[in-house]
Design a protein around this ligand. Sequence first.
Ligand code: SF4
Length: 541
Amino acid sequence: MLLDAAVVTQCRRRVHLEHDPTALDAPRAALDASAQRRIAAAAAHRRGVADRLARQYPADWAEISPDLPADQRCVATLALLRQGAPFVWGGLLPADPLGGRRGGAELLVRHGSGYLPVIVVRHKVTDPGRGARTSPLSWPVLAAARTDPQRKLRPHSRDQMRLAHTLRLLQAAGLAARGRAAGGVIGLEADVVAWYDLGAPTWSGGHSAMAEYDTRFADRLAIAHAAATGGQPLALPSRVTECRSCPWWPTCGPALRASRDVSMVLRGEDTVALRAAGVCTVDALAALDPAGSPPAPMTGMSFRDAVWLARAWQRDLTLVRRNRRITVPRAEVEVDVDMESFDEDGAYLWGCLLSGSDIGVPHGYRAFVTWEPVPTPDEARSFAAFWGWLTDVRARAAARGLSFAAYCYNEQAENRWMLSSAERFAGAPGIPTTTAVQEFICSGQWVDLYGVVGAEFLCAHGKGLKTIAPAAGFAWHDPEASGENSMRWYADAVGRCGAEPDLAQRARLLTYNADDVRATRALRRWMSSERVNEVPYADDL
Ligand code: SF4
């Protein structure tokens, strides 16, 4: 039984299914297009980092070909490490049969008489601040690490677990550097190596990343062993966030629905707590008194909401009202905003729908867009045009003494790209300062309808706009409208991969974006109307 690093951060049931011989024919979803794109982008990022490092260290750089069979990769890695090669890229370490693990790291760097692992990831590994231990990419070794006055470490648990796994493999092979357990991460910006002290008591309960890894790995090993040998399963399905992108959902989803498992309405800790108290099904939860005491302390939502949600789920209701009267912020001048981005590459479209009192600006939909494939400096032009238009509308409303509000659905993406655009294109014509963007985001004029929906309704089937807006009577023109599909359309629209740009897909994206902002307008208008009272009130269920 040999397990990879991934098991430590995967759902426990997934580890069971992947080692259960009787699950071989169980339904599984294929990798979706966005996962494939993410995998391809991560591989390209790793290759880019490797090429840079290889150019810096032509004499000290060694690479193991990923095309070699695993046993030959191991042999080649071992030979290089035993020779004391300073940098080994793509190394696969000898399996550790006693520990039950196998794997490698993007980069193994020489440290003293042994090696430390460095992984390359496609997410941010630091934030502005101070205190991270970093070494420059031009000298990616722990000996060059200094306390960084401009960066603080983002404590990514998955990265730390991967590093701990590789360190245990190095130790098993007698090749780990002496001294404190450490490992480095090269992130999306690829400007430094950020170093984790894996022996520091930084995890909850005061234990270290290494101790956390050991506990989790032992648990996963036991699960896999029980599954492989037909023993009592040590992990049962339970709906968690990971289910959304898990290939096993076609197996677990129907099973959870059929058993009316309590995780269908609750998440994480609350599911665990209620199960431990004997409340294992939605029906058992729905039968409790929402005004009574919870059978176990709850952290994710109030006990009252949990019981109401269970009752809504029993009746297959998409929405129930939490409050008798529904309120939503409205203004005399209103703009619905929706941004479209392509992976981590850029925000290529800001769509706006102006409505309300006349301010001398045409009502209706406007798109601020660049059709140059992102990343492109032209993104600065389209963002500046969007910001300039929005600022003008706000100023005109203010000059007329009219109230103003701009709406989006789930502000995280819009906020992230507004701030990132202000940062990335600082100094370009029309680009606001991050302070100006921050002031707008924090003002009462920027309304996240996702939050308003969450405060006013309980949503038994999720809070996504595509789920909620139909309750308000809205329908998208395009029957295939979805964020996932929009990525594919965008790739065609701009001719990524060298193809001719597809103008029909540009039109499709604009229709999709215009529908998204019309959906938020329809939603808030419906929430302000009497029709919303047709939605059952939770306490009446
Ligand atoms: S679908 Fe959910 S419960 Fe099933 S294995 Fe995947 S993450 Fe785990």
